[in-house]
Design a protein around this ligand. Structure first.
Ligand SMILES: [Ca+2]
Length: 516
């Protein structure tokens, strides 16, 4: 009898242990995705080693893995944000988007929607640059939404929307957060007197980065219930206007800020899209003084952003959620800020256009502090996050998971990358080299109508030795064979990806019709 009791007790223990293990397994990790705007790879100190100060993001790098070769595939509009966000959120490549990324149709499962179906509470704070329908089907809730059709070009006077589950996000529902005469923050509707900026300062109202961080923190603090959370925090910084409070501007002296090796006063040829709002932010030629000022301002808004990100991470730690949260940090595009004589991101040079930071951080990541050079795209982030959190990747995703690289099962999941900017530029990267081809092509200007811009130019860079793309090697006779090989492989890749206007909704021109 005694023996029987012992056996029963032992079995009971076994069952109890099993259920506990099961319970632990069932506690899904929270996911926090932080997406920054126009934040190039070298805009993080721990990644590029430049003088920009980013202690909080550096800590995320130390406490996780950083991918040093993640890229935006490209875009067909000057607002590369649109395509970038559609690729991040749907996990699909540039040639498999709808309306050049403006719309994420219901057959393309979004990241938020996928986590919602997997039992998560999904929440958004900040910028949304795609359609309203995909916004509301992705999240259970949200706060301080921006980018729904009213914009004042001012980080200190940003129109925000409350969460609107109907998906209307009416223009008249937008409001500003401003300080009253006593310095108290108030909320007020926009009026006709609210002119386009940038004219605001820290005396007028809170900066977008402060607002988004504060509301992300509030969500973490108030979160109730047993469901894990998926929070998407889409900052607008460091997108221009490059505004930051004085204490951050004071951190950088524009007279001594070092320009990267690719600084040039003027781009050496017409790349097809030289004159648009981003490029018009600075006069031509971009003197060293102008470029240094832009770079100092860029670093200042990044350091201010970094400080706000630090507040979100602290809130995670204070709430106890940090232990069980996967933190995903990425930027949506590069930015030239004086490189190659350019200011914007409408190009496919690395730092100037397509090289972005991508970091996975927190306790779920083992072997912390690694830097992984596997080639990857922004649309690989979604399947990677699914794999790490044990969520099934939707079939509509065509990005590749980097989980096998993180687990040390393989060194690469891609052997080359392909990039496109409108009908003017294409790039192909493989091994140590990157080929960029430019064409002279027709274009339909919104104001001037049909015109012809661009130049037929080839550039070949040894991207390993020359990451800033300063020395074009395409002219050297010894590179002729390599150049032809790269060009042929690029054409094959274009066919494989379906790079033709028929696959890019609304596109009138085809790069390949102008290429010879
Ligand atoms: Ca952007």
């Amino acid at each position: 009898m005694k023996l029987l009791k012992l056996v029963f007790a032992f079995m009971f223990c076994l069952i109890a242990m099993q259920t506990n293990a099961q319970k632990r397994k069932n506690i899904k990790p929270n996911v926090l995705v932080i997406y920054t705007d126009d934040h190039r790879f070298s805009g993080i100190h721990a990644l590029g080693g430049m003088e920009v100060k980013t202690p909080n993001i550096d800590r995320l790098v130390d406490d996780g893995v950083a991918f040093t070769n993640t890229y935006l595939m490209g875009a067909f509009t000057g607002a590369t944000c649109i395509a970038s966000r559609a690729m991040l959120l749907s996990g699909r490549d540039l040639f498999k988007l709808e309306g050049q990324g403006r719309v994420i149709p219901s057959e393309h499962a979004t990241m938020g929607e996928t986590f919602k179906k997997a039992g998560y509470n999904t929440h958004i704070v900040g910028k949304w640059h795609n359609d309203n329908k995909s916004l509301v089907r992705s999240f259970d809730s949200g706060d301080k939404i921006m980018g729904r059709g009213v914009y004042l070009v001012d980080h200190f006077r940003m129109p925000f929307w409350d969460w609107d589950k109907s998906g209307a996000f009416k223009k008249e529902d937008a409001y500003l957060l401003t300080y009253d005469d006593n310095g108290k923050e108030i909320r007020r509707a926009l009026t006709k007197e609210d002119k386009r900026g940038p004219i605001g300062t820290e005396l007028d109202g809170p900066h977008t980065s402060e607002v988004f961080a504060r509301h992300a923190v509030q969500y973490i603090k108030k979160k109730k219930g047993k469901k894990p959370f998926f929070m998407y925090v889409a900052f607008h910084a460091p997108h221009d206007p490059r505004q930051a409070p004085k204490e951050y501007r004071d951190m950088y002296n524009p007279e001594t800020t070092n320009l990267p090796p690719s600084y040039m006063p003027q781009h050496p040829f017409d790349n097809g899209h030289m004159f648009l709002r981003d490029e018009e932010l600075a006069p031509w030629p971009r003197t060293t003084g102008v470029a240094r000022q832009h770079l100092a301002d860029y670093y200042a808004i990044i350091s201010h952003l970094d400080h706000q990100i630090g507040k979100i991470i602290s809130a995670l730690k204070e709430s106890g959620a940090y232990e069980n949260t996967l933190i995903v940090f990425a930027g949506d595009s590069g930015l030239a800020v004086g490189n190659h004589g350019l200011i914007g991101k409408q190009n496919i040079y690395d730092e100037d256009g397509i090289h972005v930071p991508f970091v996975l951080s927190g306790n779920l990541i083992k072997d912390k502090g690694r830097k992984i050079d596997a080639l990857s795209y922004i649309h690989d982030i979604f399947p990677t996050v699914c794999d790490i959190t044990n969520i099934d990747t939707p079939i509509s995703v065509n990005g590749k998971s980097l989980a096998p690289v993180i687990e040390n099962e393989t060194a690469q999941v891609r052997h080359e990358t392909y990039h496109a900017y409108k009908q003017f530029q294409r790039a192909y990267r493989k091994g140590d080299y990157k080929l960029i081809e430019y064409v002279r092509a027709n274009d339909l200007h919104w104001k001037y109508g049909e015109q012809i811009t661009g130049s037929r130019v080839t550039q070949l860079f040894n991207i390993k030795k020359d990451p800033w793309e300063t020395q074009d090697l395409s002219f050297f006779p010894e590179n002729k064979e390599l150049l032809l090989k790269m060009r042929n492989e690029m054409k094959e890749k274009a066919l494989e990806l379906g790079d033709k206007k028929e696959n890019i909704e609304g596109e009138k021109y085809d790069f390949w019709n102008f290429f010879y």
